[in-house]
Design a binder for this molecule. Structure first.
Ligand code: AMP
Length: 249
């Protein structure tokens, strides 16, 4: 079994994101970047499956500018076997990313594609679903538990109503939730060893897919500052304020 894991480089979740003064986006210069958190869970799960003997190879793939290779190197340092970097200097929407990943899936023929449930930069939560749809594969989204059985995979989904257990035929796309596992840290010796693992580089626009963006970004602005709350002295006063001032009931 082969597992392909998609990892995206995003602004580190601890960083206070700052909107550019001209409203064209957010500051990324000299800002700490990291692997999208649920993508770390996806890598961890793939590596665990490999360690259990159920998978032979784990391939980490990323799409983006030169520096996005760091995310692949990190995946290699925690146990992925080889990496693929598809170079694209411009921002790609989930549809473009999914189309590129489809090309890589057709080339590599994995049995499973693991991804994050959502990228914390654009919060799209679309790429995995689009990829599964374009491949015609089963999809399990927001997955917090995975059990590989013979030719099928049983997954537990984190849904609004609780937990949903689904059995899917392979091949399948799985988008991982943060509750899936506890990603390991890369040790220094493994970071050094990862530098020697193979990392193939491809160019996005050479893959023969239409990756042009469909959305025009007009302006990026800070969310309005939250106004301070007030204390009410009774339930009657609360109801009155909700009714007469906030006009929500
Ligand atoms: P999104 O649909 O943008 O919320 O992203 C969902 C998941 O798709 C991420 O957690 C990644 O696993 C994968 N993904 C999105 N963009 C990229 C990218 N540029 N390179 C690699 N994987 C990506």
């Amino acid at each position: 079994m082969k597992i392909l894991v998609a990892v995206k480089r995003v602004i580190d979740y601890n960083v206070q994101v700052r909107v550019k003064e001209d409203g064209t986006g957010v500051h990324t210069e000299n800002v700490k970047m990291a692997t999208n958190p649920p993508d770390d869970n996806a890598v961890e799960e793939a590596v665990k499956i490999k360690e259990s003997g159920k998978a032979k190879e784990v391939i980490a793939v990323t799409i983006g500018e030169e520096k996005t290779q760091e995310t692949v190197r990190k995946a290699l340092a925690v146990g992925a076997d080889r990496g693929i970097h598809i170079k694209s200097d411009s921002y790609l929407e989930p549809l473009g990313v999914a189309k590129i990943l489809k090309k890589i899936v057709e080339k590599e023929k994995p049995d499973l594609v693991f991804m994050g449930k959502q990228a914390i930069d654009d919060d799209c939560n679309q790429t995995g679903q689009m990829l599964a749809a374009m491949l015609g594969w089963a999809q399990g989204t927001f997955i917090s538990k995975i059990e590989l059985k013979d030719k099928v995979i049983e997954v537990i989904r984190e849904v609004d109503e609780g937990l949903e257990t689904v059995e899917m035929n392979l091949p399948a796309v799985v988008t991982c939730d943060l509750r899936l596992n506890e990603p390991r840290y890369a040790s220094l010796p493994n970071i050094m060893k990862a530098k020697k693992k193979p990392l193939e580089q491809l160019i996005a626009k050479d893959l023969g897919v239409d990756i042009s963006n469909r959305i025009e970004q007009l302006k990026v602005e800070e969310p309005p500052k939250r106004k301070g709350g007030i204390k009410v002295s009774s339930v009657a006063e609360l109801v009155s304020k909700l009714k007469n001032e906030a006009k929500v009931i």
